[in-house]
Design a protein around this ligand. Structure first.
Ligand SMILES: Cc1cc2nc3c(=O)[nH]c(=O)nc-3n(C[C@H](O)[C@H](O)[C@H](O)COP(=O)(O)OP(=O)(O)OC[C@H]3O[C@@H](n4cnc5c(N)ncnc54)[C@H](O)[C@@H]3O)c2cc1C
Length: 383
């Protein structure tokens, strides 16, 4: 067994860390305060090669492995959740399904611009009445004379409404088979008549990421916009979420690491009772527990990436990573705020933003309860 990262992984970490520290860290507090999605920083992430990292160069990607991409998300999350969310959603939910299920024509049409950061793509699954129970979705599409007519709405869709949003992969009910709903994934481009996207404001966390509600009113797209085949929608959705959970886990790991580093540094500087608070065992033990959780989370997540990169089944490990990394992000940021005392509650301190941003990680792409359901099903099905 070799726990050392390859030279390329370390280089990617260094490159993304430098970018995150220089470009994102100084801008993040104000973007968060003003709830502003930065087109400029998104394009810079694209220029750095972070979009479509793990897809082949012939479509505009870098052709890296999954672990490289996950390290990139982790490094962005180490300084800011919103920008990590933009990257994770665009790569795992936007580009991923188009690459994995698209025809050669669709890949050539969409992927090159999506890999540069000039355009981003969303994944529309959640609806007002269908969250954890995603297959309870009501958005319908009817095939008529070579055209899909889509009606319905989606909510909480990342990267759906910004100026550079180019479109969405939408899951729609397209019929019934033996009493069961049939689902199909459809590509809908921005500007299509009957399709509209509106930015949702007022989030507690990821305030500089673009979250939107989408509407489809008699929205017509050609049959060629079917992603995969008719009826394959639910399996596309499940597989896409297996991949996406790795990136949410990376956000948890990065968020925890960033919070831990802030707490470590603060505890060495802050003096009470005549000495640095790190010198009190109560604080030192908190730091020890934080370091332990981060170590375990990293090992679990990197193993899940290794399984995927070696073409092994990774759905259970992906759910475990998402669950564990997101839950330790909550625990670590909470203790990091505690170590900062009253200063940790002030907006002028980055830890305050981390404390809010981590909260999403136990909800998005399947709540912690749903991850436990998935893991238990994997375990029990094996019995
Ligand atoms: C900022 C943001 C970005 C998002 N981005 C996207 C996106 O890009 N694309 C997309 O499609 N969706 C997106 N989502 C939606 C997200 O995936 C859902 O919010 C999530 O799946 C939970 O659904 P819900 O909010 O409807 O909660 P609900 O499903 O209503 O759950 C409410 C509570 O009930 C619990 N619960 C539900 N069912 C069960 C069960 N069977 N057993 C035990 N407990 C259960 C849940 O765990 C939770 O605690 C985003 C959400 C947010 C807030």
């Amino acid at each position: 067994m070799n726990f050392d990262l390859d030279k390329e992984h370390n280089l990617i970490r260094e490159k993304v860390r430098l970018f995150a520290e220089q470009e994102i860290k100084p801008a993040a507090p104000l973007l968060d305060e003003n709830e502003t999605f930065s087109v400029d920083l998104t394009k810079k992430m694209g220029k750095l090669g972070l979009f479509g990292m793990d897809i082949p160069e012939k479509y505009g990607g870098l052709g890296t492995d999954t672990l490289s991409y996950i390290i990139a998300v982790e490094e962005l999350a180490r300084v800011d959740g919103s920008h990590a969310a933009t990257l994770a959603a665009h790569n795992s939910l936007g580009i991923g399904p188009v690459y994995n299920y698209g025809t050669e024509e669709q890949k050539k049409k969409y992927l090159p611009s999506l890999c540069t950061g000039e355009a981003i793509w969303a994944f529309g699954l959640t609806e007002p009445d269908a969250g954890s129970d995603a297959l309870g979705c009501k958005t319908k599409a009817e095939l008529n004379d070579g055209k899909w007519i889509i009606d319905g709405s989606k909510i909480f869709i990342t990267n759906g409404a910004s100026d550079i949003s180019a479109g969405v992969t939408v899951l729609a009910v397209t019929g019934e088979n033996e009493g069961k709903k049939e689902f199909t994934a459809l590509l809908v481009e921005k500007g299509t008549k009957g399709y509209s996207a509106k930015e949702l404001k007022g989030k507690m966390m990821w305030r500089a990421s673009d979250t939107s509600s989408l509407r489809f009113d008699n929205c017509i797209v050609p049959e060629e916009n079917t992603l995969g085949v008719k009826g394959q929608g639910s399996s596309i959705m499940l597989r896409t979420l297996d991949n996406g959970r790795l990136s949410i886990a990376a956000m948890g790991l990065g968020c925890a690491r960033g919070a831990y580093e802030m707490a470590l540094s603060y505890s060495r500087k802050r003096k009470q009772f005549g000495k640095a608070i790190a010198g009190f065992q109560a604080i030192a033990f908190k730091l020890a527990d934080m370091a332990l959780k981060i170590e375990l989370a990293g090992n679990l997540l990197y193993k899940a990436c290794w399984l995927k990169d070696n073409n092994r089944e990774f759905a259970k490990e992906s759910a475990m990573s998402k669950l564990y990394c997101s839950e330790i992000a909550r625990e670590v940021t909470d203790e990091a705020v505690q170590i900062h005392g009253g200063y940790g509650l002030m907006k002028s301190n980055d830890i305050e933003r981390f404390y809010r941003d981590q909260r999403m990680l136990q909800i998005g792409e399947g709540t912690s309860e749903i991850q436990r359901l998935i893991i238990s099903r994997h375990i029990l099905n094996k019995m």
